[in-house]
Design a protein around this ligand. Structure first.
Ligand code: NAD
Length: 471
């Protein structure tokens, strides 16, 4: 199949292309169009033109359009899920591509039904003051490669629901599924409301600098988020930055290790650990350390890893060589520095031979803060398990990070869990689970993990400005 840009309701070919490979076997999957600066300008101009009308379309019609998108996603879910598996690597089943497409539909319908009614903040003899929520204009959306379709939906739907128009740019690692999805859902919208351009990282920088884009919603690494902020500064763009995380989980001594093993495993290994709010450092009290290590290892070793098109597989390859090399470097360094390998850490030669970036599920014991596998975001299938004896010390170590996306507490004592949760410096805290997101709950990072939130009414507001009307 040919993939093209989608600009002003039309499929637009490009002169240049990049090859996109299946991370499970190294085979060529398709050719990604590489947009020029002129083509980006065309997309932004189409979005700016469409904004003139779309901003005035009734709320009911915009809501209906979002529900129509949800319907298209449902009708094409299986095609998109298969393409997503071939491109991203995640399995069709488990918490994989079908799950991601289900999330796209759920988020779309939920966000379609959200309202931002006019707020009356004063109504007395001195007058009436209303707060109106106005759309911003053209939104530039820049997405990563780990949950490409879900994150695209998280950006696009609240933007168009509130009367904005969008130019989206997917990651150069996973562009094809987004190109196909946007072409499909764009067909139910007026021309120019939703456009997609693909290409290299430079296209993202051009968007951040573009003077006719009013806001950038960016999901990706901290390093790139900071570049986006710098290039957006001269035009004073509004920003939502959803950046990296290095989430800590803290296991208290009262747990039943076997009962929490499954939750811990999926908290850490969802999408092979390539998830912003995955559990990336596990602090376990010394009284239950050996039991938790044993229970987690028992659970983890039964998980089938392979090509995600195989219906039995629940974990796929790492998405790209750069990430594979990073995980390998961090694990090798930990092992060289005394980490005890409970599982994994012994990749076969498929990645070296271009036959798939398979890194085994890896559990490392007897590690501590100061090792790069603990201090850096590994973003892959390797979990360091750290022993602690004093809870105040564990909280301090969990907070000793530039990141602040999520965290979790594992215990049967709810009162203590709540008290400890509020001491974690992060945007979301879970008790006895990790990383579950919901469309009605605002999600975002503190510290270096980002600026702003997505989801729910608070997320919707980020695509608007307040206009105070004095009557
Ligand atoms: P990345 O920062 O390398 O790339 C993200 C996007 O930015 C891509 O589309 C890329 O082309 C673009 N880009 C690159 N350079 C740019 C520049 N100078 N200006 C503008 N755009 C540019 O991130 P990634 O490797 O694709 O994704 C993984 C990272 O994303 C991890 O750190 C992960 O934690 C984070 N993430 C965060 C969330 C969240 O909600 N907080 C969700 C998913 C992923």
């Amino acid at each position: 199949m040919d993939y093209n840009l989608y600009i002003n309701g039309e499929s637009v070919p490009t002169e240049n292309h990049m090859d996109i490979f299946n991370p499970a076997n190294g085979e060529l999957l398709g050719k990604c169009p590489v947009a020029t600066r002129d083509q980006l300008n065309m997309a932004v101009a189409a979005a700016a033109e469409a904004f003139k009308t779309w901003r005035n379309v009734s709320d009911a019609d915009r809501k209906a359009a979002c529900h129509a998108i949800g319907q298209i996603l449902e009708e094409n879910a299986e095609e998109l899920a298969k393409l997503l598996t071939e491109e991203q690597g995640k399995p069709l089943n488990g918490v994989g591509s079908r799950f991601e497409l289900g999330g796209c539909q759920g988020w779309t319908h939920y966000t379609a039904d959200l309202e931002l009614p006019v707020e009356v903040i004063q109504d007395n003899e001195e007058g009436r003051v209303e707060l109106h929520r106005n759309p911003l204009g053209v939104i530039g959306s820049i997405t990563p490669w780990n949950w490409p379709l879900m994150i695209a939906i998280w950006h696009v739907i609240p933007a168009i629901r509130t009367g904005n128009t969008v130019v989206i740019k997917p990651s150069p690692f996973t562009p094809l599924s987004t190109l196909r999805m946007i072409e499909l859902i764009g067909s139910v919208l007026p021309k120019g409301v939703l456009n997609v351009v693909s290409g290299t990282d430079e296209l993202g920088q051009m968007m951040s600098e573009h003077e006719d884009i009013q806001k950038i919603v960016f999901t990706g690494s901290c390093a790139t988020g900071s570049k986006v902020m710098a290039s957006a500064a001269p035009t004073l763009k509004r920003l939502t930055l959803e950046l990296g995380g290095n989430d800590a989980g803290i296991v208290l001594p009262d747990v039943d290790a076997k009962a929490i093993a499954q939750g811990l495993f999926w908290g850490a290994f969802i999408n092979g650990g390539q998830t912003c709010a995955a559990l990336k450092r596990l602090y376990v009290h010394e009284d239950v350390y050996d039991d938790v290590c044993a229970a987690l290892t028992d659970f983890a070793k039964s998980m089938p890893v392979g090509n995600g098109l195989d219906e039995n597989v629940v974990l796929g390859p790492v998405q790209n060589k750069m990430q594979y090399d990073k995980v390998k470097r961090l694990v090798d360094n930990a092992v060289d520095n005394g980490a005890r390998v409970l599982l994994g850490a012994d990749p076969d030669d498929r990645a070296e031979n271009g036959k798939g970036f398979f890194y085994p599920v890896t559990l490392l014991a007897d590690v501590s803060d100061g090792l790069p596998i603990v201090d850096e975001e590994q973003f892959g299938p390797a979990l360091p398990i750290i022993k602690y004896s004093d809870i105040d010390d564990a909280i301090a170590r969990a907070n000793d990070s530039d990141n602040g996306l999520g965290g979790s507490i594992w215990t049967n004592d709810m009162a203590q869990a709540k008290a400890l949760a509020t001491r974690l410096e992060c945007g979301s805290v879970w008790i006895n689970k990790h990383g579950m997101l919901q469309p009605n709950v605002p999600f975002g990072g503190v510290k270096g993990s980002g600026i702003g939130v997505e989801f729910g009414v608070d997320g919707l507001k980020e695509y608007t400005t307040i206009q105070a009307v004095y009557l």
